[in-house]
Design a protein around this ligand. Structure first.
Ligand SMILES: [Fe+2]
Length: 258
């Protein structure tokens, strides 16, 4: 099974780099479309848009409509739950009456569980006791398959960059960590938010963070020729070896539109 990850596209319509953010997003989708073998699924791990506005979501939906693989989206701290839900309702996987944007997808050899770590009004993550019980219910709904969990905010200490903790309190991270370890079947935790690529562990579960798709917001040092080349992650799952993560540079493969 192959999962292509997009994250932190931060689509905005009135910033000086607005066109570049759209271009980075479109080139990444085009590059994913040209992958051989094709990915089974694409997951956008949040901060889809920058101000939570309907017109920004309309742009993001138009870009993701060009993707060949099925797309699932998460809410990041810059997203607005109601506007995100309205924009992506056609996918049918977002419950219309839920307080949170969390769900499980059971169509693949690995179950995909998306978490809602959004704290309205704040940039850091939140994981309240209600979300813990919702996560445990999602995990327990199917007893046999391995699970990949997607969370915008990385639930582990990120040792690169200025701030190691991306949740509001260590207690939130601790209860999320315990819930993720509860079944023993979560085999990967996949995040964004930090805008730089890194990796770590949630207990014994391998965890990765991809750089922001928006190159103007990307953190970390890149050579000059990569200034406007997005980097995204391909997550390949093997039943024996688990997940292997490949960082892929847009425009270096067979894609003629990238
Ligand atoms: Fe972001």
């Amino acid at each position: 099974m192959i999962i292509a990850q997009i994250s932190d596209t931060h689509i905005a319509l009135d910033t000086p780099d607005a066109d570049q953010r759209v271009r980075d997003f479109e080139r990444t989708v085009a590059d994913i479309n040209a992958l051989d073998p094709a990915p089974d699924v694409i997951v956008h791990t949040g901060d889809i848009v920058h101000n939570g506005r309907q017109d920004e979501y309309a742009q993001a939906v138009a870009t993701l409509a060009k993707a060949r693989a099925p797309v699932y989206v998460l809410a990041g701290n810059k997203d607005n739950r109601a506007n995100l839900r309205a924009a992506f309702s056609a996918g049918g996987y977002l419950a219309p009456d839920s307080d949170f944007i969390d769900y499980a997808i059971d169509d693949y050899p690995v179950r995909l569980i998306a978490l809602d770590t959004l704290s309205p009004g704040g940039n850091k993550g939140d994981f309240c006791p209600e979300r813990v019980s919702r996560l445990i219910d999602l995990i327990d709904a199917e007893p046999s398959k391995p699970i990949a969990v997607f969370a915008h905010h990385p639930p582990f200490e990120v040792t690169v960059g200025p701030d190691p903790l991306h949740f509001e309190t260590p207690e939130m991270m601790a209860r999320l960590r315990q819930a993720l370890q509860h079944s023993g079947r979560v085999v990967a935790v996949i995040s964004g938010h930090v805008h730089r690529g890194t990796a770590g562990h949630v207990g014994r579960i391998p965890a990765t963070v991809m750089p922001s798709t928006a190159t103007t917001l990307r953190k970390g040092e890149y050579p000059a020729h990569m200034k406007t080349r997005p980097v995204y992650h391909i997550q390949r799952f093997d039943p024996v070896w688990g997940f292997a993560t490949e960082a892929r540079i847009v425009g270096t493969g067979p894609c003629s539109a990238c």
